[in-house]
Design a protein around this ligand. Structure first.
Ligand SMILES: Nc1ncnc2c1ncn2[C@@H]1O[C@H](COP(=O)(O)OP(=O)(O)O)[C@@H](O)[C@H]1O
Ligand SMILES: O=C(CO)[C@@H](O)[C@H](O)COP(=O)(O)O
Length: 477
């Protein structure tokens, strides 16, 4: 009888569970449940959605091991008895933008750029509003009573793993290097916490010393067992989960278009980009995952579809009926502010409106092109770190759009490989669970199946028009 493992993706919009054969990786069953909208959420909603998704995936009665991958950076604060102190602030909550700037200036003794370099040298990344460390500073400044009750800080996947283990004590909290590297207070290259940086964020050395932080597990180390005997893996950040689920090798690059847009490469060496555009995260196998992340991605298309009163397939069809360049219409999609470039206060804009350009087809095309131009710019920042991007694997909800698949190679300037649509983050978590169970030195070699390669002649004029409009949008913040 085959051994089964489960993988969870507790992402921004939903929770997904896959159950797979530990040896072959064959998909046995899966389930999904939505998360509530918003950028601050009571973690209890993640727990409820996880239980619903597990139920929809046929339960875990015959599953031997499970790992949780989760949205990165979310600040889950627990009091001394393990209760959540306040709703979690998510990666896409930008209220800590000012706190991020303050932390750069303070580490640089008043010089922001020097501070950015020091942060990059210390933890591999320059914190922006998404990072946990900036959310802790926001909490210390704006909710001191809540801050005073915080006894432990965890990430979404740490908290879910802890709940699955049935643990109540804070000393049972565990994490992994990939997700911990997104806190802003873990030195990814050594796996050590930087409590001095935590003290800076909290404005309190004693609190930073006494705060319970999850123990950082090795890539395939057991996190424990659930009360029902399920082996728990260390879990990972969702982007590290995608890399593991896709089985990416060193040098390979993926583009994920979910709630966030992510361009990331598996790398043997860490990066430390002082511009802050590329975060020097860890992957889930002991390597590195330099990554550029945007706040805007699939929901740019959701918004355009809503405006046009169509579903995603019709939006795609409309976009493909328009010419490249959308008749001069340019959509700069900073709908949620933006992180790459770092413009948390920006808004989206539509340029080049004329009686001729303002058609449904051009509006749909401009949304697709705007999203992909944003991702082309993010790809450029990854290249600037010396990473050769020769082809890109496209995943995430918006990878299902045929227009996105066809336009992507024209704007990214490289062939785009699209694997069969699936839950690659949850698959990565399942693969990790199988790895933990096997005790082997490498994750199991699962076949991810067929992928289709899309190519297209480059359209540099579309990118040039976007850059001009984006400069205008940035200048007006
Ligand atoms: N065919 C499609 N075309 C465009 N967008 C799609 C399509 N199918 C799903 N999406 C979008 O993908 C997003 C969800 O993607 P997902 O990768 O699951 O996000 P997350 O992991 O951030 O929760 C939603 O915004 C949804 O509208
Ligand atoms: O902030 C980041 C990465 O740094 C995001 O990628 C989050 O990890 C959320 O991911 P999705 O829910 O969009 O997959």
């Amino acid at each position: 009888m085959s051994v089964l493992v489960a993988g969870v993706d507790s992402s921004t919009q939903s929770c997904k569970v896959v159950v797979r054969d530990a040896e072959t990786g064959r998909l046995v069953r899966h389930g999904e449940a939505p998360h509530p909208p918003g950028t601050e959420i009571d973690p209890e909603h993640w727990w409820t959605a996880l239980q619903t998704a597990i139920g929809r995936a046929g339960g875990l009665h015959d599953v031997a091991a499970l790992s949780v991958a989760g949205q990165q950076h979310g600040m889950v604060c627990l009091d001394a008895s393990g209760r959540v102190v306040r709703p979690a602030l998510l990666w896409n909550d930008t209220r800590s933008a000012r706190a991020a700037e303050d932390l750069l200036a303070e580490l640089g003794d008043g010089d922001r750029d020097a501070g950015a370099r020091r942060w990059a040298d210390a933890v591999g990344s320059v914190p922006v509003a998404s990072f946990t460390v900036t959310k802790l500073r926001w909490l210390a400044d704006h909710e001191p009573d809540a801050a005073a009750r915080v006894a432990a800080v965890a990430l979404p996947h740490d908290w879910l793993t802890w709940r699955l283990a049935g643990a109540t004590g804070l000393d049972a909290l565990v994490t992994d290097r990939s997700d911990a590297s997104g806190t802003g207070y873990l030195q990814a290259s050594t796996g050590e916490y930087r409590r001095d940086l935590l003290a800076l964020a909290l404005r309190d050395e004693a609190r930073a010393e006494s705060l319970r932080l999850p123990r950082v597990l090795a890539p395939a180390e057991r996190a424990g067992t659930s009360p029902s005997g399920l082996v728990l893996g260390p879990g990972c950040g969702d982007n590290a989960g995608a890399a593991l689920g896709l089985g990416l090798r060193t040098g390979q690059v993926f583009l994920s278009l979910g709630t966030s847009g992510v361009v990331a490469a598996v790398a043997d060496r860490p990066t430390a980009d002082p511009s802050g555009l590329v975060a020097g995260f860890a992957d889930a196998t002991g390597r590195h995952l330099p990554l550029a992340c945007t706040l805007n991605a699939a929901r740019v298309l959701d918004a355009a579809a809503r405006l046009l009163g169509v579903g995603p397939d019709e939006l795609s069809a409309l976009a493909m009926r328009a010419e490249p360049g959308a008749g001069g219409l340019v959509h700069v999609p900073y709908l949620e502010g933006e992180r790459t470039p770092n413009l948390p206060g920006a808004t989206g804009s539509l340029h080049g409106m004329t009686l001729a350009s303002l058609t449904r087809e051009n509006l749909a095309r401009a949304a697709v092109e705007g999203l992909l131009c944003l991702m082309a710019e993010a790809t450029r920042t990854v290249r600037d770190q010396g990473i050769a991007v020769e082809r890109i694997t496209l995943v995430g909800g918006a990878a299902r759009s045929e227009a996105v698949r066809r336009v992507a190679p024209a704007l990214l300037g490289v062939p785009v490989e699209v694997p069969t649509p699936g839950e690659y983050v949850a698959d990565g978590a399942a693969r990790q669970a199988a790895w933990v169970l096997s005790g082997a030195s490498e994750p199991p070699a699962w076949d991810i199946g067929e992928s289709r390669t899309y190519t297209a002649p480059p359209t540099p004029e579309v990118l040039a028009a976007y850059r001009k409009a984006a400069r205008h949008a940035a200048a007006s913040v």
